[in-house]
Design a protein around this ligand. Sequence first.
Ligand code: SF4
Ligand code: SF4
Length: 159
Amino acid sequence: MNRQCQPCTACCDGWVQITVKGCEAYPGHPCPHSTGQGCDDYLNRPVQPCQTFECSWVKAGSALPEHLKPSESGALVIDGILKWQGLSVDLAVPVGREIPPATLDWLKEFAERTLRPLIYQQQDPDSKLLQKNPLTLAYGPPAFQQWVLEQQAQGKTLW
Ligand code: SF4
Ligand code: SF4
């Protein structure tokens, strides 16, 4: 049975950066059509990104368990955001300021078990305001963590 988004609206609420009809959504800045419980213009939602976006949890055949639903776990996962040395790398963004510790522990264990390095984000604890670009951290082999640090030091985007 396919998983259903409702009542989750995490991807509409800006926790992952999207552009909808030219309007950017990012942390602290939801899509203007999000009611927090759904979309007030659902029938007219654009194909990109609204009709095509699927987080890792909602995808058919998802490897994530029920309790990793973004609205419950506090993390929105996008699988295979990039490749590193032939390995698929997953991205986890917080639904809120940071991913709850139990969820992050699960994601790290999953990364180890499946050999999928993890990139995860959190808001800067020193800033009370939500940042458009949260801090980006890496979990995986030391060489992967080093590579992420180097990309960031060079000002390169990771995905
Ligand atoms: S984050 Fe995932 S489960 Fe939540 S609304 Fe978006 S696609 Fe659906
Ligand atoms: S238009 Fe609707 S479906 Fe698309 S991001 Fe906004 S609230 Fe979500």
